[in-house]
Design a protein around this ligand. Structure first.
Ligand SMILES: CC(C)(COP(=O)(O)OP(=O)(O)OC[C@H]1O[C@@H](n2cnc3c(N)ncnc32)[C@H](O)[C@@H]1OP(=O)(O)O)[C@@H](O)C(=O)NCCC(=O)NCCS
Length: 170
C-alpha cells in the first residue's frame, strides 16, 4: 500500500497532537507525554527553513506519520542533518514508516545533497533500529543513560548513514 506524502502544515497540528500522544510514540521519542494542541500549532507555524518536515497521510489526507530532517546552523556541518520519525500507533507495522523514511532519504540525497544523516534511537527500540539498518544507517556509538524514560535512565544509540564520497568511511 502507498501513502500520500506531503510537507507538514499548521493544519496538521490536531493530527500530530494525537500521533505524539500515542504511548509507543511517547515511549520511543524524546517528546513529553500530553502534548498540547497549541504546542504543535506553534511548532508547525514556526518551523525554521532548516527543518524539512513531511507527513504521510491516510485516504482522508489526515497525517498518520511525521518525519523531519533538521539541518544544523554551523556551515561546516552543512552536509549533515539529523532525522526524526514517528508513526501513529494504529498505523505501525504497515509499511508507513519505511515509505516516509524513504521519502526523507530521497529528499536529503537528491534535493539537499546531504552526505551524512544522523539520528538518536533508544537502544531497545528494535523495530526502529531494524528499519534504519535496512535503509543504510549504521550504529556509531552508545550513549549510556542519556535519556530519562518512564521513571528510569535508558541508553541511546547514535546511528548515521553516509553516502557519496563519505560512504564506506570507518
Ligand atoms: C519505528 C517506526 C517509525 C517504524 O515504522 P512502521 O511504519 O511501524 O514500520 P514499517 O511497517 O514500515 O516496517 C519497517 C521495518 O520495521 C521493522 N519492523 C516492523 N515491525 C516490527 C516489529 N514488530 N518488530 C521488529 N521489527 C519490526 C522491520 O524491519 C520492517 O521491515 P519489513 O517490513 O521488511 O519487515 C514506528 O513503528 C514508530 O513510529 N514507532 C514509535 C516511535 C518510534 O519508535 N520512532 C522512531 C524513533 S528513533
Amino acid at each position: 500500500m502507498s501513502y500520500p506524502i506531503r510537507r507538514a502544515d499548521v493544519a496538521d497540528a490536531p493530527a500530530l497532537q494525537v500521533l505524539f500522544s500515542c504511548p509507543s510514540v511517547v515511549r520511543n521519542s524524546l517528546q513529553l507525554p500530553y502534548p498540547s494542541l497549541s504546542h504543535w500549532q506553534t511548532r508547525l507555524a514556526e518551523l525554521p527553513d532548516s527543518t524539512h518536515a513531511l507527513v504521510a497521510c491516510d485516504a482522508e489526507d489526515r497525517a498518520i506519520a511525521y518525519g523531519a530532517l533538521m539541518r544544523p546552523p554551523q556551515l561546516r556541518r552543512a552536509h549533515t542533518a539529523s532525522l526524526a520519525l514517528a508513526v501513529h500507533e494504529d498505523w505501525q507495522g504497515k509499511g508507513v514508516g519505511r515509505q516516509l523514511l524513504g521519502a526523507l532519504l530521497e529528499y536529503a540525497d537528491s534535493w539537499l545533497g546531504l552526505t551524512r544523516l544522523e539520528l538518536h534511537v533508544y537502544a531497545d527500540n528494535e523495530r526502529a533500529i531494524a528499519l534504519y539498518r535496512q535503509l543504510g544507517f549504521e550504529e556509531e556509538g552508545r550513549l549510556r543513560a542519556d535519556s530519562f524514560r518512564d521513571g528510569e535512565f535508558v541508553d541511546g544509540l547514535l546511528m548515521a548513514r553516509l553516502r557519496g564520497p563519505l560512504a564506506g568511511r570507518s
